[in-house]
Write a protein of this length. Structure first.
Length: 314
């Protein structure tokens, strides 16, 4: 019995290592077994396929979170919230590989994201002793989850005191005009249709539909009636091609934001409108979001650099 348990644990540990470093579609059962030092046939004694193992990991993280998140303590609402926030921040670091896997799983298998959301909502309602609405969830839980993940990746420096101040005392210290969202939003810049840009546009469309790893270079060139050799005039590899796409998405995002922020706003108003425009841009270009998420597993340094630049602009 112990031997069987050890074999299953080896498979799970191997899967966590591989899924946390690579995109789901690029990891095979054979690779998981090879990484665990086991034969392929052993896998099917415990899981019927790769998806079942992947979903097992998603369920495992939900079980861990459910057990740990409810350990918040305190006598006042503020004390309970601070305790809960600390647990979430610590969990993002402690279970970073599983959290990374969940970030892909939350939209590949959205039922698990819904379950995690329900856990957050239930805890927050218990602490606040009232029903919470979507505004509560986005403001408190949305920012909590975002900061926890970004800080665990080293993409931002988490200062818990600053976060607590924002949650308990609000963001708006000064008077904010009610008309700042009356914007005449213009689309982002239209880039010149050079051969290079035609290839990039094709890559964006194909990667967002099929995923980076499933698209071959010849498919990109065939899509726009160009020879494969033309691709290599501009890009040394498919990875370098993806880097250029990530850079261009960052450029378009910054252009959209800067081109639509009114000049007559104070610093705080500009930041608020900047965040609104950021969300507006990606709601109009959902395919960009898919590409950026997958790019985290392929050209992580490029995504990280783009995020840092965007953070400065917003």
């Amino acid at each position: 019995m112990k031997k069987k348990r050890n074999i299953k644990e080896k498979l799970i540990e191997s899967a966590i290592e591989m899924f946390s470093k690579r995109w789901y579609d690029t990891v095979s059962v054979a690779e998981i077994c090879r990484n665990a030092g086991l034969s392929n046939g052993v896998f099917y004694n415990y899981f019927k396929n790769k998806q079942e193992l992947f979903e097992f990991l998603l369920k495992d993280l939900l079980n861990i979170f459910e057990e740990e998140f409810y350990q918040f303590y305190g006598n006042t609402v503020e004390e309970k919230l601070k305790s809960f926030f600390s647990i979430v921040f610590e969990s993002a670091i402690k279970y970073k590989p599983l959290v990374t896997i969940f970030r892909e799983g939350q939209y590949r298998f959205p039922q698990y994201e819904n379950k995690l959301r329900n856990i957050y909502v239930d805890i927050l309602e218990k602490i606040l002793e009232r029903k919470i609405d979507e505004t509560d969830y986005i403001y408190i839980i949305g920012s909590l989850r975002f900061l926890g993940i970004m800080s665990s990746y080293g993409w931002t420096n988490l200062e818990e005191k600053v976060f607590y101040d924002l949650i308990f005392n609000g963001v708006f210290k000064d008077e904010i005009r009610e008309d700042i969202f009356n914007l005449n939003i213009k689309d982002c810049d239209k880039l010149e249709k050079t051969t290079k840009q035609i290839l990039i546009d094709a890559g964006i469309e194909l990667f967002s539909k099929k995923g980076f790893h499933k698209v071959k270079i010849f498919e990109i060139t065939n899509y726009v009636n160009l020879a494969v050799g033309t691709f290599y005039i501009y890009f040394s590899s498919k990875e370098e091609f993806l880097r250029e796409i990530v850079r261009q998405i960052g450029h378009k995002t910054r252009f959209f934001i800067s081109n639509n922020i009114p000049e007559n706003l104070n610093r705080l108003e500009k930041e608020i409108v900047g965040i609104y425009l950021f969300l507006e841009f990606f709601s109009k270009n959902r395919n960009y979001y898919e590409i950026i998420r997958e790019a985290e597993f392929v050209v992580n340094d490029e995504v990280k650099n783009t995020m840092k630049i965007l953070k400065k602009d917003i």
